[in-house]
Design a protein around this ligand. Structure first.
Ligand SMILES: N[C@@H](CCC(=O)N[C@@H](CS)C(=O)NCC(=O)O)C(=O)O
Length: 207
């Protein structure tokens, strides 16, 4: 069986969450760089007509979408491991965070970061307002909790952590959110964690 490949980039939080899970499951996945010029090719369009990364290619399986890939990997290689909670309510709570990761996280902290780091033309103040609402909610949710769902890390934590950790790169400081900071440190202490490569902070946050 050929080695699984993840089309992505090292600066994509969507790819990072998948690579984190793979490492935590003890599975090797090779990151294949798919910057914008690759995503415009016909070959990439055949993998994902939406031309987004990440896309997993695992033998005959071609699977786009970070959260879908995490569910696939956790079911395939981590059965009973707790990455997807077994209890119906906890699984639903995890799913709620995956929805937040595809919604408020993508349109808030992640979007603010692509504006400031990669020059994408989007509404920065709007993205930062979405981020503020999301982070205030997370801060309140994490007060007195170790992880987002239940008492151990689940896909919810990995789906949220990558872009929250680099929120300052989008001009969003994390200092007002101590419970989020403590949660990130707990995740960083898990075997297999690695940070995305850091990018320069915007001038207002760099001092
Ligand atoms: N829902 C998708 C979103 C992925 C996504 O937005 N990827 C970005 C890079 S981090 C991308 O490919 N953007 C290019 C585009 O949307 O055209 C997922 O979770 O994988």
């Amino acid at each position: 069986m050929p080695e699984p490949i993840l089309y992505g980039t090292v600066f994509s939080g969507h790819a990072h969450r998948v690579l984190l899970l793979a490492r935590m499951l003890g599975r090797e996945i090779r990151l294949e760089a798919a910057p914008p010029e690759i995503r415009r090719t016909e070959a990439f369009g055949a993998l994902n007509p939406l031309r987004q990364i990440p896309v997993l290619v695992d033998g005959d399986v071609v699977l786009p979408d970070s959260n879908a890939i995490m569910v696939y990997l956790a079911r395939r290689h981590g059965a009973g491991s707790g990455w997807i909670p077994a209890a119906p309510l906890q699984e639903a709570e995890m799913q709620r965070w995956l929805s937040l990761a595809a919604g408020e996280l993508a349109y808030g902290p992640a979007r603010a970061r692509v504006v400031l780091q990669f020059g994408v033309e989007e509404d920065l103040p709007h993205a930062q307002r979405i981020a503020a609402t999301l982070l205030a909610f997370m801060e309140q949710h994490l007060a007195g909790r170790e992880f987002l769902v239940g008492t151990r890390p689940t896909l919810a934590d990995l789906a949220m952590a990558s872009y929250v950790a680099v929120a300052p790169e989008g001009g969003i400081p994390l200092t007002p959110y101590p419970a989020i900071g403590a949660w990130l440190e707990r995740l960083r202490a898990l075997p297999g964690w690695f940070d995305m490569p850091a990018r320069p902070l915007p001038a207002a946050l760099a001092s």
